[in-house]
Design a protein around this ligand. Structure first.
Ligand code: HEC
Length: 385
């Protein structure tokens, strides 16, 4: 703990000089845009964060906590880098953002509320929502658990370019994985493995709506849409129900789903292995998004793209992996890749005292498998022609 705080202090002293001492940050022009970009995807009334930053008074009320979070770099929860610009996840704070926030809070002068500041309206009742089965209420307590079921792909839907979704209890239904299935499944508890080669996408709080670019679409690859939800008991009787609406499209260039899977592995106690997945494109394609799959023993995830004869580029990299914050990492523009490009995912696992799963106990042998105490090493992708 001490080291962590010393580190933070040294960092703050270094960057303090960056901005010059007189520049007084202004709430409306300096602070609001940072919050909107990096925090508001989650910190709204109906969002997954514990309080809303939609109004200035609420920002001021929580400013001491915000300062701690901003300096320690623990919010937003998945800091990432990408050589392709901001992806579909709240972007991490830059050094300049941190200095501005820190200064504004120190100033102790909150400034004036900007006109038009208000809570974003909750998503309206979903139009074109699919008929969902009635699900059992969320468990009151215990570890996160999974729930899965299928719904038939509605007649007449041949092309889909995206999904809108909404959870009745957004703080407890944290993520929803969509894949195609040939078999119907009545609602049942499930393991944590996506376990499918036909993963369409992950809907998660803090993410932009799931959309393919215009002119492209997904064709159903099964008679059923399989839905897997990660549920987080909160001590309250909450609803597991979600609303889901496909965005139908005219037939477009068909998107292709591609999944890489490490067939089986073990992680010895006190070891920190890096596992690698590789795929070489046998034709030119555009990469729309990547969805890594790993659980609580994983700590770092990197996806690289290596075009023939070119230096490797980082599509997605995080030093703080958590499956709680995984989603479909969609790029601002699909990345054009020539035939022969290698896609390489590296996942680092920590089976030592640094892993939160090992808190208060000795590390054990970890096997790959579907359990919450097991591990996965997969990469799901959406490729466009
Ligand atoms: C992807 C969603 C997400 C984003 C983006 C996000 N937060 Fe959070 N934040 C959470 C959640 C969820 C919690 C509750 C703690 C938890 O579950 O990890 C939280 C907790 C907090 C807390 C309370 C911590 C405590 O000690 O009680 C603060 C302060 C905070 N966030 C500030 C921020 C700031 C500032 C930003 C933007 C720079 C931000 N958050 C961006 C989801 C998010």
């Amino acid at each position: 703990m001490l080291l962590r705080w010393l580190g933070v202090g040294a960092w703050a002293a270094g960057s303090w000089a960056l901005l010059g001492r007189d520049a007084e940050p202004d709430y409306a022009s300096d602070i609001r845009p940072i919050l909107d970009r990096s925090c508001m995807p989650c910190h709204t009334e109906s969002g997954v964060g514990p309080f809303s930053f939609a109004r200035q008074e609420s920002v001021v009320r929580h400013s001491a906590l915000i300062r701690v979070q901003a300096l320690s770099g623990s919010m937003p929860p998945t800091p990432y880098t990408s050589d392709f610009g901001p992806i579909s996840l709240a972007p991490p704070l830059s050094d300049e953002d941190r200095v501005l926030l820190q200064r504004w809070i120190r100033q102790g002068k909150p400034g004036t509320a900007s006109p038009g500041e208000r809570e974003p309206s909750p998503p309206a009742a979903m139009e074109g929502g699919l008929q969902m089965p009635t699900l059992p209420k969320l468990r009151l307590e215990g570890a996160p658990y999974g729930l899965e079921y299928t719904i038939p792909v509605p007649e007449g839907i041949t092309d889909i370019t995206g999904w809108d979704w909404r959870a009745e209890s957004p703080r407890s239904v944290r993520r929803v994985l969509l894949s195609w299935s040939d078999e119907p499944i009545a609602p049942r508890e499930t393991a944590f493995e996506f376990g499918s080669e036909k993963v369409i996408g992950m809907l998660a709080p803090g993410y932009a709506a799931y959309r393919l670019p215009e002119g492209t679409s997904l064709k159903p690859e099964g008679r059923y849409l399989r839905i897997q939800q990660w549920m987080h008991p909160s001590g309250r009787a909450e609803s597991a129900q979600i609303a889901l609406a496909p965005v139908a499209a005219r037939a477009g260039d068909a998107a292709q789903l591609l999944s890489l899977n490490h067939p089986g592995f073990e992680i010895k106690p006190e070891s920190n292995p890096v596992l690698t997945l590789r795929h070489t494109l046998d034709r030119a394609a555009r990469l729309h998004s990547v969805l890594p799959e790993a659980r609580f023993y994983a700590s770092r995830v990197t996806v690289r793209l290596i075009e023939p004869g070119k230096p490797s580029r980082v599509a997605f990299h995080t030093l703080r992996w958590s499956p709680l914050w995984t989603g479909h990492f969609a790029f601002p523009k699909p990345i054009s890749l020539p035939k022969g490009t290698e896609i390489v995912a590296e996942i680092q696992y920590n089976n030592d005292e640094r892993c939160p799963m090992n808190e208060g106990k000795k590390p054990e042998l970890i096997l790959s498998g579907p359990g919450i105490n097991q591990e996965a090493c997969r990469l799901h992708m959406v490729l466009l022609p």
